[in-house]
Design a protein around this ligand. Structure first.
Ligand code: NAD
Length: 281
């Protein structure tokens, strides 16, 4: 390596992904991936606040970070504008104005999913459609309106909207066929896919809207993450995805850090896809 190269490397090592002095908000931070995203942002030097409807997490390191007040947890529902505004005020008072927002919270199937939830499209419940779109799109809209608005005023920000391969392409229903039981069919439902598709143009809209305000808005599209799924599902999924396996839960952290930091300074309105090759075939 040339001396110039060495110089650049050490400069980048110190600054390119450094988030010291930044304040980050992660929605759904108590979940499997939100916990990872919160911790990687903290590790890079940001002060992190999590918004979640639950205070429970399976991530021990996150639990410790919350208990020791290294990460702030605020219980709030992102579909409630008044709650979102109250949370924004609290974070502003206690930490400052956030410059990073990870719109990560989402519902796949609502927790109290009825049998119809995964049944035929023709009888997919209207209330499930409403609930999923409420969290996955309206929640993203409200969070961006309140927090992004503050970023625009400040003239600095990075918003990362989390999408899914199921928003880029249709779910492959063949991998769920093993769950059919006679006449009782099992389908990956429609609302999640539609909500995750909506993220793409929401990102593009805001990226152009706030481009001159120095607020960058990007989508991070993820493939399936290993989470102790049953063997048949794993066999079916892994048999299709070119990498031959599901993602490990920490394999998106580099992308979040990249999108949050000046490493991606010229990137806005884009879709960064990390999916083991799912969408290329
Ligand atoms: N896990 C995967 O395989 C996968 C694949 C592709 C994309 N994604 C996306 O990654 C993101 C995180 O997924 P995950 O697997 O960690 O999900 P998860 O279910 O583990 O976590 C989601 C979190 O969002 C919170 N939440 C739900 N509704 C909320 C609301 N109204 N207000 C505030 N918080 C709320 C939940 O309490 C939970 O902690 C989602 O956007 C998901 O669509 C996940």
């Amino acid at each position: 390596m040339t001396p110039l190269g060495v110089g650049l490397m050490s400069k980048y090592k110190n600054t390119l992904f450094d988030l010291s002095g930044e304040i980050a908000v992660v929605t759904g931070g108590m979940g499997q991936l939100g916990a990872q995203f919160s911790l990687v942002l903290m590790d890079a030097g940001a002060k992190v606040a999590i918004l979640d409807i639950t205070d429970k997490t399976l991530n021990n390191r996150l639990r410790k970070a919350i208990d020791s007040e290294e990460i702030m947890l605020i219980k709030a529902d992102i579909t409630d504008k008044n709650e979102v505004k109250d949370v924004a005020e609290k974070i502003k008072r206690e930490l400052g104005i956030p410059t990073i927002l990870v719109n990560n919270a989402a519902l796949d199937s609502p927790p109290n999913a009825s049998a119809e939830e995964n049944g035929p499209f023709e009888s997919y419940p209207e209330e499930s459609w409403d609930k999923v779109l409420d969290v996955n799109l309206k929640g993203v809209f409200l969070m961006s309106q309140v927090f992004g608005g503050e970023m625009a005023k400040k003239g600095k920000g990075s918003i990362i909207n989390i999408s899914s391969v199921y928003g880029m392409v249709s779910p492959n229903q063949r991998i769920y066929e093993y769950r059919h039981r006679g006449d009782k069919k099992f389908y990956k439902p429609v609302a999640y896919s539609v909500s995750k598709s909506g993220i793409y143009n929401f990102t593009r809209y805001l990226a152009t809207y706030w481009a001159k305000k120095n607020v960058r808005v990007n989508t991070l599209t993820l493939g399936g993450v290993f989470n102790n799924q049953d063997n048949q599902f794993l066999e079916n999924y892994c048999g299709i995805v070119p990498k031959g396996r599901m993602a490990k839960e920490d394999e998106y952290n580099g992308a979040v850090l990249f999108l949050a930091s000046i490493a991606s300074e010229y990137m806005t309105g884009s879709n960064l896809v990390i999916d083991g090759g799912w969408t290329i075939i």
